[in-house]
Design a binder for this molecule. Sequence first.
Ligand SMILES: [Zn+2]
Length: 151
Amino acid sequence: MSARIHAQAQRPAECPCGGATPNQKSGAKPPRFTDCCGRFIDDGALPATALELMRSRYTAYVLGDVPYLRATWAAETCPADLDVDPNDPGAPRWLGLAVKRHEQIDETHAIVEFVARHKSGGRAYRLHETSRFTRGEDGRWRYVDGDILEG
Ligand SMILES: [Zn+2]
């Protein structure tokens, strides 16, 4: 893995994922970025669970970290034209993450159900999705695909 240099000024103090976990208490204090998703996005640590990976991918969307999103996306389903630029005026502004369910099906398969709130074009939205993850022989969890749920 190549070392990647980041301007620390672009990194938030509190992690955008809020440390979201099923049955999280409301009003829980968000973890520090460097103690949470920063370990995976900036320091190259490997998420131990699909839940940790999912949170770090949400945070990568917030930060517009396309290389991280690609690196954590299954090759079969990763879009060729993935483009995430949070500074684009039309880009969604991510407002928060809630995790409803994390289910490890077996050693190499897991699902995470979550709600990600965002604002796009001045309107507020909720993205409610059940995502599928697989763990490769290299031990890395990767996002495969997801089902969008209503409500
Ligand atoms: Zn985080």
